[in-house]
Design a protein around this ligand. Structure first.
Ligand SMILES: C[S@@+](CC[C@H](N)C(=O)[O-])C[C@H]1O[C@@H](n2cnc3c(N)ncnc32)[C@H](O)[C@@H]1O
Length: 472
């Protein structure tokens, strides 16, 4: 059975734990804050867009999508891209064509209002007027001209945001975990009360020590971001509607504190649209009625259609090594967010960085949270110039940047960093044909380290400290 191990990190965003990798997906510091500070802010996107009108981003290890979401959120906040709000008051349009879901007519949710989407599975609250209610709503919500509604990119709009020229955005997001991919738009930002759910069923001691009592919400996601991701996943991976493991997780009470009830409600309504003629149609119609009773009526005025022109989101659900072997693009930014090198060396090997070299634009940048000497050495050996990510707020180096154009580096590796790279700590992982298991890579690496005549990292650090203190 597919299981999640969620908890709320210190900024209120949901973090996950992986028992298989025995590793956390997100920093306890804040899943969203980490994405912003280690990936999005160091990319200096405003500067990038001063002389670019399009961007290609590769999100390796998409997980539940914080890096992609923070990236999109940043572009929306800075008005680098503009969401067009469709001026029509249509909600979900009834479609005559049952096969295709044209989610251009999407719902924009009012950020400040709380929806009680749990009601959609609370049979006790169903009232007898649901059927009539549904009919009324259908009338209100039905599109007068189905085609016009479906192709709403063509609808002229009075919103001033529509007058701006959007930048062209392409994001390819890779992860092996299909369920996480599907679940990614459903996660919510918690509030103070949600701390009570921070009692997960895995060995939590190490993590719980790092969790504070109050959330410090440094960044906030616009609700549209999750809607955009959901819309794109539904379009690109319609099989999501039929995936029992995914649907079970979405229905489970255990996980419901971690999901956004509004997005869940919307999903079930869309599923109803799709399933109406299946044998399950009746049950789903039932849920649909409740959806309209408890969700749509209350918010129909706030619901507009979202349009984001010139945005392509390409989910790639496979091993990043395979996905990239068949990829033909050059990327401006590559976010590399695999588990630690010791757990997931397949995505930190020399050969993987050589593959990334082939996919990075000449003025592009790879960003990662890792400060590992072995990772930096692999990047150097793959042909990159390597520097560090600096977070001025905490006055710390918090990750690594690899580029082809050295002038893009703001913080170069120090004498200490280079010394560490030349010690045994700098021995990188090897995966000659990009097809070894993590276990096989770890085994071969262990052997190489144990047979190496290089100075150990601890001896290097000791010598370095001694030499530097005698200089003072
Ligand atoms: C640290 S988590 C990434 C967190 C993610 N960036 C987020 O915002 O939620 C690492 C992810 O790497 C994925 N992964 C592990 N090995 C992979 C591989 N060979 N190819 C692609 N994805 C992989 C896992 O499924 C997991 O989702």
């Amino acid at each position: 059975m597919y299981e999640l191990h969620p908890y709320f990190t210190n900024d209120g965003s949901v973090g996950l734990f992986s028992p298989e990798a025995d590793d956390i997906y997100h920093s306890t510091y804040g899943a969203l804050a980490e994405a912003y500070e280690k990936f999005v802010l160091p990319a200096e996107l405003e500067k990038f867009f001063e002389n670019h009108s399009e961007i290609k981003v590769l999100d390796i290890c998409y997980g539940i999508g914080y890096n992609t979401k923070s990236f999109l959120n940043f572009l929306i906040d800075k008005k680098i891209i503009n969401l067009k709000k469709n001026c029509s008051k249509k909600l979900l349009c009834k479609k005559t064509n049952n096969e295709a879901i044209h989610t251009d007519n999407f719902l924009s949710l009012n950020n400040n209002e709380t929806l009680h989407g749990d009601n959609i599975i609370n049979i006790g609250e169903v009232h007898s007027d649901n059927i009539n209610q549904q009919k009324n709503n259908e009338k209100e919500n039905s599109c007068p001209d189905n085609n016009a509604a479906i192709h709403s990119n063509n609808i002229s709009c009075k919103n001033s945001a529509c007058e701006h020229q959007n930048k062209k955005i392409f994001i390819k997001a890779i992860d092996t975990d299909e369920k996480l991919f599907y679940l990614s738009p459903f996660f919510r930002q918690g509030n103070k009360k949600d701390k009570r759910y921070n009692k997960p069923d895995f060995n939590y001691e190490k993590i719980s020590k790092l969790l504070t009592n109050n959330f410090s919400e440094k960044y906030k996601l616009n609700p549209e971001v999750n809607l955009i991701i959901l819309k794109n996943i539904l379009e690109k991976r319609p099989e999501i509607f039929k995936d029992p493991a995914f649907l079970n997780i979405l229905k489970s009470r255990k996980y419901s504190p971690f999901f956004d009830k509004r997005i869940k409600g919307l999903f079930w309504a869309l599923k109803y649209e799709k399933d109406i003629y299946t044998p399950f149609g009746q049950t789903i119609a039932f849920l649909h009625n409740i959806y309209y009773k408890y969700i749509s009526i209350r918010y129909k005025k706030a619901l507009n259609s979202l349009i984001l022109d010139d945005f392509i989101f390409e989910p790639s659900i496979e091993d990043a090594r395979i996905s990239l072997k068949h990829d033909q693009y050059l990327y401006n930014f590559i976010f590399l967010d695999a588990f630690t090198p010791a757990k997931c060396p397949a995505l930190w090997s020399l050969e993987f960085f050589k593959l990334l070299f082939e996919h990075l634009d000449s003025d592009g940048m790879i960003l990662t949270y890792s400060n590992s000497a072995a990772v930096r050495n692999a990047m150097l050996n793959a042909g990159f110039f390597v520097g560090k990510i600096y977070n001025p707020e905490i006055d710390k180096f918090t990750g690594t940047i690899a580029v082809k154009n050295k002038s893009l580096l703001k913080y170069e590796l120090s004498e200490y960093d280079l010394g560490l790279i030349n010690s045994r700590a700098g021995i990188f992982y090897r995966d000659e044909n990009l097809n070894l298991s993590n276990e096989a890579i770890i085994e071969a690496h262990k052997k190489e380290v144990s047979e190496s005549s290089k100075i150990s990292s601890s001896a290097f650090i000791k010598n370095y400290k001694k030499a530097n203190s005698s200089l003072k």
